[in-house]
Design a protein around this ligand. Structure first.
Ligand code: ACO
Length: 427
C-alpha cells in the first residue's frame, strides 16, 4: 500500500488508502468516502474508476500493451490457440498437454444445443440481425439450465462456463444459417473448436466440408485477439448483471446486447462499411476532413479507443493476419489498400496525433472476416463468440471474490426537488 490520499471537503480532512496492483496505476480506495463525508464521486463513463480487482487482463493504453495473466497478446496470437487462451483465462494458467486435452475434450462434448433450442430461431424474421438472434437465443439458454446452476458452487459455475464457451459457436453458426435459409449443421467432434465453427457456418449437409488450415489458423487467431479486454462496457455489463446473482446465461445475453453497439463491438461492421463507402484512396482526405469536423457526427470507425492512446496491439496482429490470409488465398481486396492509406494519412494528421487516435482491433478485422466469407452482419457475432471466454472468466472471478457486492452506482440528481402532486384538472 502506498501513501494515503488526502481529501478535504467543507474544511474537514479525510485520508483514503492508496492500493497498488502488480502493475498499472495506483487506486484510491474510496469505499468509505460516502459513509464518512456524505459525498459521492462523479465519474460518468467511469474514466477514473476501477470497478473491481482482477487478475485476468492488464492493459497499458499509453504503451499499447495487452497482457492476459501476464502473457503479451502478441505472443499468445503467434504461438497459442484459442482453447489454450480460454484455459488460461478460465483456469488461471496455460495448460499442460494433459490439461489441454482434458479441456478441449470437455468443450467439444458440450457443443451441441438442446433440440428445443432450435425452435427459438423460427420465431425470428428471416432478415433479423444475427446479433438480435444471439441476444434472444443466449438469453433463452438460461431457461434450459436455470435450476441446475447453483452459482455459489465453483464446480457448477465452471460447467456453466464450459457450456457457454462450447455452445456459442453452435448458436452463432445457427444464427447465420437461419439468415440465409440453409439447414443447421450439427457439431463435428473430430474438428478443432474453430474448425468445427467454420464447418457449422459454411458447410452444408449435402457435401463434405474441408476446413482450410490457413483460414482455421487465422480465425483462431482472431478469436484469441477478442478473448478478453478487462473492464470494457460489455464485460462490465456482465459483471453488473451477475452481481445480483442472476443466471449466468442471462448475464451473457446482457453482455451481447451491450457489445452490439457501434461504439463497442459493432464498430467492426461499421468500419468495413465505411471503408467500402470511401471506396478509393482518392476520397480519403474528404473523410478525414469530415471526421475532424465538430459539426459532422461522422467518426473514423475503427479509430480511437477509451484506453489505448497508442497503437492497439491487436490491430497490428490483425493487419499482419490480413496480409497472411490474402497471400495464402491469393486474393486482393482494394478495401485493404484504402485502409492502409487511411491509417497512414490519419497517423500523420495533427488532429489524430494530438488526440492520440490510433487504429483499434476493429479497423482491420472486417477486411479479413469478409475475405473468409462472413457477411458484415456476422462480424459482431464473431466478437461475441470469442469474448464469451472473457465474460465467463470475469463472471467467475467476480462471484468467487468474497468482497463481491451487488453493483449499485449512485448519481448526481438534477431533477426537480420535492413538490406536491397537482390534480389533472388543475395543471
Ligand atoms: N474519429 C474522429 N474523432 C474521434 C474519434 C474518431 N474515431 N474517436 C474519438 N474522436 C475524438 C472525439 O471527437 C473527441 O474530440 P474532442 O476532445 O474534441 O471532443 C476526442 O477524440 C476524444 O474522444 P471521446 O469520444 O471522448 O473518447 P472516448 O474514450 O469516450 O471514446 C471511442 C472512445 C468510443 C472508441 C471513440 O474513439 C469512437 O467512437 N471510435 C469509433 C468507434 C470505434 O472504433 N469503436 C471501437 C472501440 S474498440 C472496441 O470496442 C473493440
Amino acid at each position: 500500500m502506498g501513501d494515503n490520499a488526502k481529501f478535504s471537503i467543507d474544511g474537514d480532512n479525510f485520508e483514503y488508502p492508496v492500493l497498488q496492483g502488480t502493475i498499472g496505476p495506483d487506486v484510491v480506495d474510496i469505499r468509505k468516502l460516502y459513509g464518512q463525508t456524505g459525498a459521492f464521486t462523479y465519474d460518468p463513463g467511469f474514466t477514473s474508476t476501477a470497478s473491481c480487482e482482477s487478475e485476468l487482463t492488464f492493459i497499458d493504453g499509453g504503451e499499447g500493451v495487452l497482457l492476459h495473466r501476464g502473457y503479451p497478446i502478441e505472443q499468445l496470437a503467434e504461438n497459442s490457440s484459442f482453447m489454450e487462451v480460454a484455459h488460461l483465462l478460465l483456469r488461471g494458467e496455460l495448460p499442460t498437454a494433459d490439461e489441454y486435452s482434458e479441456f478441449t475434450n470437455t468443450i467439444t462434448r458440450h457443443t451441441m444445443v438442446h433440440e428445443q433450442l432450435r425452435g427459438f430461431y423460427q420465431g425470428f424474421r428471416r432478415d433479423a440481425h444475427p446479433m438480435a438472434i444471439m441476444c434472444g437465443v443466449v438469453g433463452a439458454l438460461s431457461a434450459f439450465y436455470h435450476d441446475s446452476t447453483d452459482i455459489n458452487d465453483p464446480a457448477q459455475r465452471m460447467i456453466a462456463s464450459h457450456r457457454l464457451v462450447a455452445k456459442m459457436p453452435t448458436i452463432a453458426a445457427m444464427a447465420y444459417k437461419y439468415s440465409i435459409g440453409q439447414p443447421f449443421v450439427y457439431p463435428d467432434n473430430e474438428l478443432s473448436y474453430t474448425g468445427n465453427f467454420l464447418r457449422m457456418t459454411f458447410g452444408v449437409p449435402a457435401e463434405e466440408y474441408e476446413v482450410h488450415p490457413a483460414i482455421e489458423k487465422a480465425m483462431d487467431r482472431i478469436f484469441i485477439l477478442h478473448a478478453d479486454h478487462e473492464q470494457n462496457a460489455s464485460t462490465s455489463t456482465v459483471r453488473l448483471a451477475g452481481s445480483s446473482g442472476a443466471n449466468p446465461f442471462a448475464c451473457i445475453a446482457a453482455g451481447i446486447a451491450c457489445l452490439w453497439g457501434p461504439a463497442h463491438g459493432g464498430a467492426n461492421e461499421a468500419a468495413l462499411n465505411m471503408l467500402h463507402e470511401i471506396g478509393h484512396p482518392d476520397r480519403i482526405p474528404e473523410y478525414i476532413k469530415r471526421a475532424k469536423d465538430k459539426d459532422d457526427p461522422f467518426r473514423l470507425m475503427g479509430f480511437g479507443h477509451r484506453v489505448y492512446k497508442n497503437y492497439d496491439p491487436r490491430a497490428s496482429v490483425m493487419q499482419e493476419t490480413v496480409r497472411e490470409v490474402f497471400e495464402t488465398l491469393k486474393v486482393k481486396d482494394p478495401v485493404f489498400d484504402v485502409a492502409l492509406q487511411l491509417e497512414e494519412m490519419a497517423l500523420n494528421d495533427p488532429y489524430f496525433i494530438d488526440k492520440k487516435l490510433f487504429p483499434n482491433v476493429d479497423f482491420y478485422s472486417g477486411i479479413i472476416l469478409s475475405a473468409i466469407g462472413f457477411p458484415t452482419s456476422m462480424f459482431t457475432v464473431l466478437f461475441a463468440l470469442a469474448r464469451t471466454v472473457g465474460w465467463v472468466a470475469q463472471w467467475n472471478e467476480m462471484i468467487s471474490d468474497p468482497g463481491q457486492r451487488i453493483g449499485r452506482p449512485r448519481q448526481l440528481y438534477t431533477g426537480p426537488a420535492k413538490r406536491d402532486y397537482v390534480p389533472i384538472d388543475k395543471r
